[in-house]
Design a protein around this ligand. Structure first.
Ligand SMILES: Nc1ncnc2c1ncn2[C@@H]1O[C@H](COP(=O)(O)OP(=O)(O)OP(=O)(O)O)[C@@H](O)[C@H]1O
Ligand SMILES: [Mg+2]
Length: 220
């Protein structure tokens, strides 16, 4: 499966989740390619730290940006069980290329109004991409960097759930220091010495649903 992390608003946790997803798929026993499709190269920096911390990364990393990303990912599709693509937080050629080649698009939203305001543009881009694809793209929204108290997330969660073009997944990833602390040393949140079990549970619920369609109980 090719899974792409996308957004038009920056800083919503795409890279954090893309690297966690790549490491999570490796832990599940899969052969994984992580594509850094952002000139900012956050996933590449993470991977360099990961190499220092662990000795090996567990997945293969490549940098691909621009229109070429589509062709290159297509040519590597059969060589891996899963390909995870991290894209930059703007409507770029790389982002559209990722959306055109992916099976699944993961579109995180922070539960804040400025972030929610980009949903109309996101829907426009997804509609455009769907119109040129042979096979429909499965597009998911979910809350990222969400508030710990679920009441504070409710309004944005309800708003996201009203768009039929994109399926809202009720498995929020909360704002937890554990995510940034682990990523800072090149680790997924479940790989640290004393993992934050709530953070790990959030990751498992979201990723299991994307990969296996498990109906883990909703938390928001
Ligand atoms: N769930 C989380 N809890 C706490 N901090 C987080 C979480 N997710 C991301 N962060 C932090 O928020 C910042 C932005 O995250 P990240 O780089 O993953 O976002 P991004 O969407 O990839 O940004 P960009 O659009 O610039 O590529 C980073 O400092 C990261 O450590
Ligand atoms: Mg990023």
């Amino acid at each position: 499966m090719v899974i792409s992390f996308n957004s038009i608003k920056g800083g919503v946790g795409k890279s954090t989740l893309a690297v966690n997803f790549a490491a999570w798929l490796v832990k599940e026993g899969h052969d994984v390619l992580l594509v850094d499709g952002d000139e900012q190269e956050t996933s590449s920096d993470f991977t360099a730290y990961r190499e220092q911390t662990r000795g090996d990364t567990g997945y293969t990393l490549v940098n691909m940006t621009g229109a070429n990303l589509r062709k290159q990912v297509e040519s590597m599709r059969s060589k891996y069980d899963h390909i995870v693509i991290d894209t930059g937080g703007r409507d770029t050629t790389s982002q559209r290329a990722a959306l055109s080649v992916a099976d699944v698009a993961m579109i995180p939203f922070a539960p804040r109004s400025f972030d929610l305001w980009t949903i109309t543009k996101v829907i426009e881009v997804i509609d455009e991409i769907q119109s040129i694809r042979d096979k429909p793209l499965k597009a998911y929204t979910f809350l990222s960097r969400a508030d710990i108290k679920s009441a504070d997330n409710r309004e944005v969660a309800q708003a996201l759930a009203t768009y039929p073009a994109i399926q809202y997944l009720p498995y929020p990833i909360c704002n937890r220091k554990a995510f940034s602390n682990a990523a800072g040393v090149g680790l997924a949140v479940f790989e640290t010495e004393q993992p934050d079990l709530k953070a790990v549970a959030e990751i498992n619920a979201l990723f299991n649903n994307v990969l296996h369609g498990h109906n883990t109980p909703a938390t928001a």
